[in-house]
Write a protein that binds this ligand. Sequence first.
Ligand code: NAP
Ligand code: ZN
Length: 336
Amino acid sequence: MKVQGMAARQQGATLEPYSYELGSPQVFDCLIKVQACGLCHSDIHMVDNDWEMTEYPIVPGHEAIGEVVELGSSVTHLQVGDRVGVGWQGGACLQCDDCLRGNENLCDHHEATIIRGPGGFADYLMVDARFAFPIPAGIEARSAGPLLCGGITVYSGLRQGGMTSGQEIGIIGVGGLGHMAVQFASRLGNRVTVFTTSQDKADLAEQLGAHEAIVVPKGESPPPGEGKLDLILSTVPADLDWGAYAEHLKSNGALTFVGVPNSGELTLPFWSLLMKQRRIVPSIIGGRPRIREMLSVAERFGIEPMVEEFPLERVNEAIAKVRDNTIRYRAVLTVG
Ligand code: NAP
Ligand code: ZN
């Protein structure tokens, strides 16, 4: 079938209409009629080839929600008409030790939705049905998309860093990921401190559930730490003064990374870790059991991204708002 999407034809290009053929679903595939798709900063990293793995043209979009319209012959857990969501991961071997432990996100054969094929900035999306998740009835389509990448990434990152309840949690960056992290951490019974570059987000952070907000202007270091946080989650796509943030952690606290520093390097004084046995914990999206758990936590605790909706044709406007950090807080493209 002929599909209409929006693609970047070269590095850093604005997205343009692009039509392409999608064949019939393979045995485990599912064809989705896309209703809405979130715009994650990783889509922009891919358009810009920041991670040196982009092949053009690229159709971004990996927070897609839609209706199942066709299924491969071996798919039994979904029905035509189901509402499903797809995130960053679109495939894995499902046989290695990591996959068998439910850590498909760590599989050596991990495939990204927007690398294995065209993504969700289109009217239809073909995915491996084993990475398409039924969306609980209590979650709206516009909210569900951002949960499938941004939401699982911060929920799993917080869990990886050791979040339980009754803790002191720091969140660096109140963007698409960060504003959902504030909600997960606070609704699950933690005291949340936000580090943000802007006063307006510091003011809004309270509405999201933060108890304290510290403004750290771009390029500056945070104020001296008092060593009171159990965990800090960085959602920032930049290189910050990580040693100064580590000083905000208690003994054995975890400096947890989901944001990808743009240098691709992590530099901090070893002493800022050693003397208090502080830990560095990187975290990448989440496995399938974690995604199901996150969706039910989000539904039960009413965790919803705050979104700005744009019709798909206006995707470049949405990208510009993410690039200049004026989006509040996640852009969602609506299709059809
Ligand atoms: P986003 O909406 O652009 O939010 C990033 C936030 O970081 C901004 O809102 C801003 O927060 C802060 N920030 C940006 N530049 C900064 C700078 N130079 N100095 C200090 N703070 C800065 O992006 P996102 O969609 O949330 O994605 C964030 C990062 O996570 C990206 O690197 C993305 O690729 C990565 N990611 C990782 C995974 C994973 O599995 N690990 C999954 C999805 C995304 P304030 O305005 O509050 O300062
Ligand atoms: Zn993403």
